[in-house]
Design a binder for this molecule. Structure first.
Ligand code: HAM
Length: 421
């Protein structure tokens, strides 16, 4: 028996109401803020993700799904959404439009990770990006949007952690100080952090191991090393957030997992839990577009994991609107009745009434059981007598009440039902 690959899952019909709910909230949020939908391919040139993993961020590097196609081109399954959006921005000359250009996306992302609750090899992201202006008010807007999104879903008890990781000017000096601090503790570092010390010292700060966290506690803070421009930008972001009444917590150890960030970084998640529970994260990436071959262009954005959102919706027992179901199930007894049933189903659908017609040679009881398990409110029963009298029996599936109605009046009766309910 085949199974879905490890770390992936089928989204079964009974789960789809959650997905529709989240995707509709995402779309209406973006409509509210003037972000337009952009859909990019599932795979890209693998080099596109190089700046995302450039600093030797070992994990993501190993996490990419990279393959060669028949022509020998090296491709990668989309690991995240920001680099593809920036690629599309450059490829389609969106820099010629008035800036910033505001875009959003919803789709799968692929990372070869160790699967566990809330961490998958294929997950889905809703993300949005404002590209083409370095205004700190955009950082605040992007953060406000994230908060409004989670609130609109009905989620509560999450917080926003905020930090600035500086720019090309100030970050190297900070990294030097960080290296100095950690060098005196090398014997106490976990193997991952030993590698991080060489390849990506910023990530030392968010190691989850208790022994490493202790060393992080006394580490120098990036905010003490920011250049005046980064300092001013960070202050402005905070002022705008305060003006908007957006609560946030400064977290000098927040560095984020991807390498393209500059200045603002932020994460949203339930306060009490660890990394797997982070609902979403984002920040500014003012060097990324130049690294992809464009002119220096600022950008800021955010992405949230839809599976994690749904886990939280379930955990918080948020009521989700049910998906609409067909209004009637058409059951029949005998071949003549079957033809009538199939024709009736087709005619009702033609007038926009959703119905399911029974199939196969189940007993009437079996057909009604199926209608019941599909949660359908009405059944239309057709037997030999109904064929002859040009009628149908309309059965209320909840009460069991039945009445005979002329065939010609079925569509109008359901139209009335649809209107009233
Ligand atoms: P990220 O933090 O890597 O950021 O991913 C965003 C969100 O996707 C995470 O907060 C998490 O909810 C979800 N996620 C990530 N990996 C997994 C996984 N393996 N399984 C389940 N959910 C996962 C980005 O991808 C950036 N592109 C965000 C961004 C947009 N920055 C600027 N603009």
């Amino acid at each position: 028996m085949y199974k879905a690959p490890r770390g992936t899952s089928d989204i079964l019909p009974q789960e789809q109401a959650y997905w529709k709910y989240v995707e509709e909230k995402a779309a209406s949020l973006c409509q509210l803020y003037g972000y337009q939908l952009l859909t990019t391919p599932i795979f890209e040139d693998s080099q596109l993700f190089a700046p995302t993993v450039a600093g030797g961020q070992i994990a993501v590097d190993k996490e990419m799904y990279i393959f060669e196609d028949r022509s020998g081109q090296k491709l990668a399954l989309r690991a995240e959404g920001t680099a593809p959006v920036c690629r599309a921005y450059l490829e389609h000359g969106l820099f010629n439009l008035p800036q910033p250009v505001k875009l959003y996306y919803i789709g799968p992302a692929f990372r070869y990770e160790r699967p566990q609750a809330g961490r998958y090899r294929q997950h889905h992201q809703f993300g949005y990006e404002a590209i083409g202006d370095a205004d700190p008010a955009l950082d605040a807007e992007v953060i406000e949007m994230a908060r409004r999104f989670f609130l609109s879903l009905g989620l509560s008890g999450f917080s926003c952690q905020l930090n600035s990781i500086g720019c090309n000017l100030c970050q190297p000096k900070y990294i030097e100080a960080l290296r100095r601090h950690y060098s005196s503790y090398t014997a106490h570092l976990c193997p991952d952090c030993k590698a991080r010390l060489l390849r990506n010292p910023l990530r030392l700060l968010d190691c989850k191991k208790a022994s490493c966290q202790k060393i992080a506690e006394t580490a120098p803070r990036i905010t003490d090393y920011l250049c005046p421009e980064c300092q001013a930008h960070f202050q402005s972001v905070q002022q705008y957030l305060e003006a908007l009444g957006i609560p946030f917590q400064l977290n000098y150890r927040l560095v984020r997992g991807l390498d393209y960030y500059t200045r603002t970084v932020f994460e949203v998640g339930p306060q009490e839990e660890g990394a797997q529970s982070t609902l979403g994260g984002g920040g500014r990436y003012d060097n990324l577009i130049a690294q992809l071959g464009g002119k220096p262009t600022a950008g800021v954005g955010f992405a949230a994991g839809i599976e994690r959102i749904i886990l939280n919706l379930k955990r918080q027992k948020i009521a989700i609107p049910a998906l609409s179901k067909p209004i009637a199930f058409i059951a029949y007894l005998g071949e003549g009745a079957k033809i009538r049933a199939i024709k009736l189903a087709s005619e009702l659908r033609q007038s926009g009434i959703a119905v399911i017609a029974a199939a196969g040679d189940k007993s009437l009881k079996g057909q009604l059981r199926q209608a019941d398990s599909l949660g359908i409110d009405n059944a239309l029963l057709i037997g030999k007598a109904e064929v002859e009298s040009q009628t149908v029996i309309l059965r209320d599936m909840k009460s069991g009440e039945q009445k005979v109605i002329p065939l010609a009046e079925v569509a109008a009766a359901f139209k009335r039902k649809q209107k009233s309910g």
